[in-house]
Write a protein that binds this ligand. Structure first.
Ligand SMILES: [Zn+2]
Length: 139
């Protein structure tokens, strides 16, 4: 499905694993979640089986606002994948909900982002069962 600029979808479909399968399903429903430990309440992302802070395996999904700040970005000018339209920007975002967590995604803003810029996630539907999270300047 083309994005809002009519560009074809880029990239290869992700392959959910045991720990990330539920996360991808929630993202397809436009819900951004992180894991929260039931013992020490630490948030974490990406999904994993146990808490890196206290090593317990009891946790739950917690819906959070997909917000953060730009840590870095690249402008890709090489055609790595069929159907991609270069150049495009891939942004690295410091996630507000999980201290120390960096997440990457496509840039859905004009031009290039700026370091430290506040951003919010944008759900990019890639079919009935898949959405990706891109980023644009926060409103
Ligand atoms: Zn914990």
């Amino acid at each position: 499905m083309p994005d809002r600029y009519g560009r074809p979808p880029r990239g290869v479909r992700p392959t959910p694993d045991r720990d990330s399968k539920d996360w991808w399903e929630r993202l397809a429903g436009h819900e951004f979640t992180v894991q929260r430990c039931d013992t020490c309440h630490t948030t974490r992302f990406p999904a994993r089986a146990f808490c890196p802070a206290c090593r317990t395996e009891r946790w739950h999904w917690e819906a959070v606002a997909p917000q953060g700040t730009v840590e870095s970005w690249i402008v890709n000018r090489r055609p790595f994948m069929p159907g991609s339209t270069e150049p495009y920007v891939v942004v690295l975002v410091r996630l507000a909900a999980v201290p120390g967590c960096l997440i990457h995604g496509g840039w859905d803003g004009d031009g290039e982002p700026e370091y430290g810029q506040a951003v919010q996630g944008v759900y990019a539907d890639m079919g009935d069962d898949l959405a990706l999270l891109n980023w644009r300047p926060a409103e």
